[in-house]
Design a protein around this ligand. Structure first.
Ligand code: FE2
Length: 76
């Protein structure tokens, strides 16, 4: 089992400016999971993903409502 913790250091200022979601992709950039944020409730852009079994490269997309998308990766 693999636990992936994703944090985007970004404000969560209601619907004005916030992280919409985190998307987890596999080494072929195929969709694995995503976590949508509720800017009226979530005070931090933090996601915990749990994968049954995975090794290799993981890509994470972090999507802001104003500033588009960021990509990061990790080896597990
Ligand atoms: Fe932003």
């Amino acid at each position: 089992m693999v636990t992936v913790k994703v944090v985007t250091a970004h404000e969560m200022k209601g619907y004005e400016h916030y992280i919409i979601k985190h998307v987890l992709l596999d080494s072929n950039q195929k969709f694995l999971d995503e976590h949508l944020f509720d800017p009226t409730k979530d005070s931090a852009a933090l996601s915990i993903f749990t994968l049954k079994d995975y090794s290799g490269t993981l890509y994470v997309l972090s999507l802001c409502n104003k500033h588009d998308i960021w990509l990061n990766l990790a080896e597990v």
